[in-house]
Design a protein around this ligand. Structure first.
Ligand code: GLN
Length: 552
């Protein structure tokens, strides 16, 4: 129990677990639950629990894990934290992210320090107890009235058991304070044309085997759930029908909170927790979701990446896509994103001409040599053809290399990441990274999280932000080499942002170009649907100008 405005609060805990299968939007559902409860006047915090033994997501291959979302404090987390931030506006930090690895590491650390007082340390209850301690710590630090805790994976997975056990133990201690939402999936097999609830029934029974009964079922499906199906599920899990919520596929993820409220989910959850709505204010979200639906005009953005999974890199660059969406919508445009595999330009330079058909291009973050030569060619093409270019982290380094090669004439300019022996390392290893790399200390060791920068008065970036001091999130090991700064500046590369403490270049801009900007940070993490990021907004403005120019 802790206090808010001098009053004692009994926090409530809502666990969100997946049934039937993954990738049906559990993260967006958990973020939306946070959103609607917040819109009812409650202070909410979200947590993501991932089952893997990794301490964080930072060491997992991008094409395998998807985006690594970076928090203000530098946590390298699961992409769902990005959904929480975008839907609730609350910044996420270390406390909002729990993995099996973190839990075991802490329990073993304490055991080595004799903190268990000579007792034997058991998987149960010591592991669930550590999970509970972390959940409660996050609640206390945020003074949250309601915690929404999402479990990664699906019921029935072995590695989920200890997390379910933690939730069950919390429920047993505080039956009025702990609730469960199951996000399930109802398929409609083509042959039958009829929606089936059996997989959901099995998932409920599997959850029951862990001593947990769901309080609400969110039924993800390609269509709304019929009242017959609601009735069947309600009988199987002994719940009133109002707690079985239809969650059909929708036009945009930002419709989800609005849709949930159409089913009265906020009211139903609060009522079952014995709480009353303090207000109801989803107006801005309703307006946004209505606006998105009506947009017909498009803007064509090419994203030049290398982490292809099927035909796109969607999962790896989810925050980039969302930041593009936010900026495009505010200009009443629907983005048409083209995924371009940079390696293609290495094999066939002529295909670079396809970039002329685009309104603008983005080169996003990435690691390692593969594909970078193609990106460097694309950056040069965009510079020569005056196509708006936005480089994010690696994309800024690519811009710099490309400029050094093609404008300064340093043919072998490169980053020491791509070619450790290059004679012209215009991008070099950060001083504090040399030793870490030698010792193979890869985990959580990059330059991470929020850092300040100062912007040059005459820059595009200063104009975009409307101020000189900014703070943005970072995740990198390599940096702009100040040795080349004067030469590059003389040839038309504007040094638009500097971290004055480290004398580190944070933003470069090509002067003789409508909009060619590279940033050493990741602005995409701070863009919100109702508050698009200023750099993405001005990039979008340049893309639309380019669109107009090409039509004339
Ligand atoms: N690989 C580059 C570096 O480590 C860029 C990192 C990124 O794009 N996040 O500096």
């Amino acid at each position: 129990m802790n206090k808010r405005n001098g009053k004692k609060i009994n926090p409530k805990y809502i666990f969100v677990v997946g049934g039937v299968m993954s990738s049906v939007g559990k993260g967006v559902a958990a973020a939306s639950v946070g959103n609607i409860l917040q819109s009812r006047g409650y202070r909410v915090a979200n947590i993501k629990c991932d089952m893997y033994v990794n301490i964080d997501a930072g060491t997992i291959r991008p094409a395998e894990h998807g985006e690594v979302f970076v928090g203000e404090d530098g946590i390298e987390a699961d992409q769902d934290l990005g959904n929480y931030e975008r839907f609730t506006g609350n910044d996420c930090v270390r406390d909002n992210y729990i993995t099996t690895g973190q839990v075991y590491q802490e329990v073993i650390r304490r055991e080595r320090n004799l903190e268990y007082g000579g007792e034997d340390v058991e998987v149960v209850p010591d592991i669930p107890n550590e999970i509970i301690r972390r959940i409660k710590l996050c609640q206390e630090k945020n003074n949250a009235e309601i915690m929404v805790i999402e479990f990664g994976g699906t019921v029935g997975e072995y590695q989920l058991l200890l997390f379910l056990e933690a939730a069950r133990m919390m429920k047993a201690k505080d039956p009025q304070g702990v609730f469960f939402i199951m996000v399930s999936y109802l398929p409609t097999p083509k042959l039958l044309g009829e929606q089936k609830s059996k997989p959901t029934q099995f998932a409920i029974r599997t959850l029951n085997a862990s001593g947990i009964a769901p309080d609400f079922i969110l039924c993800r499906a390609d269509r709304p759930v019929s009242s017959d199906i609601k009735r069947t599920i309600s009988i199987v899990c002994s719940l009133p029908e109002e707690r079985i919520i239809s969650a059909p596929d929708i036009y945009s993820i930002y419709d989800v909170p609005v849709n949930f409220e159409k089913e009265n989910l906020g009211e139903v959850i609060l009522k079952s927790m014995g709480l009353k709505a303090k207000k109801k204010d989803l107006r801005e979200w309703i307006r946004l979701s209505g606006k998105i639906r009506k947009i017909t005009k498009t803007v064509k953005i090419g994203i030049i990446g290398k982490y292809f999974n099927f035909k796109s890199c969607r999962d790896t660059y989810i925050s980039v896509i969302e930041a593009v969406n936010h900026a495009a919508w505010s200009e009443n445009r629907k983005p048409e994103i083209l995924w371009i595999d940079s390696e293609k330009y290495e094999k066939d330079r002529r295909s670079l001409h396809e970039l002329d058909k685009l309104d603008g291009i983005i080169v996003p973050g990435g690691f390692g040599k593969r594909g970078t030569e193609g990106m460097i060619l694309a950056a040069d093409y965009a510079r020569r053809r005056r196509i708006p270019y936005f480089g994010l982290c690696l994309g800024m380094q690519i811009l710099t290399i490309s400029f050094a090669r093609h404008v300064l004439g340093l043919k072998d300019a490169n980053s020491t990441e791509m070619d450790p022996k290059t004679k012209n390392p215009v991008i070099c290893t950060m001083a504090d990274q040399v030793d870490k790399l030698k010792k193979k200390q890869y985990g959580g060791s990059m330059r991470l999280g929020a850092c300040p920068a100062k912007l040059a008065k005459d820059s595009l970036s200063h104009k975009a932000y409307g101020r000189a001091k900014i703070s943005e999130r970072h995740r990198h090991r390599y940096e702009f080499n100040n040795f080349y700064r004067d030469d590059l500046e003389k040839r038309g590369l504007r040094i638009a942002g500097i971290n004055t403490d480290l004398d580190l270049v944070e933003i470069v801009e090509v002067k003789d170009h409508p909009w060619m900007v590279g940033v050493q940070f990741h602005p995409e993490f701070k863009s919100r649907p109702l508050d698009p990021h200023p750099l993405f907004l001005t990039f979008m403005g340049a893309c639309l100008k380019n669109k107009g120019r090409r039509k004339n």
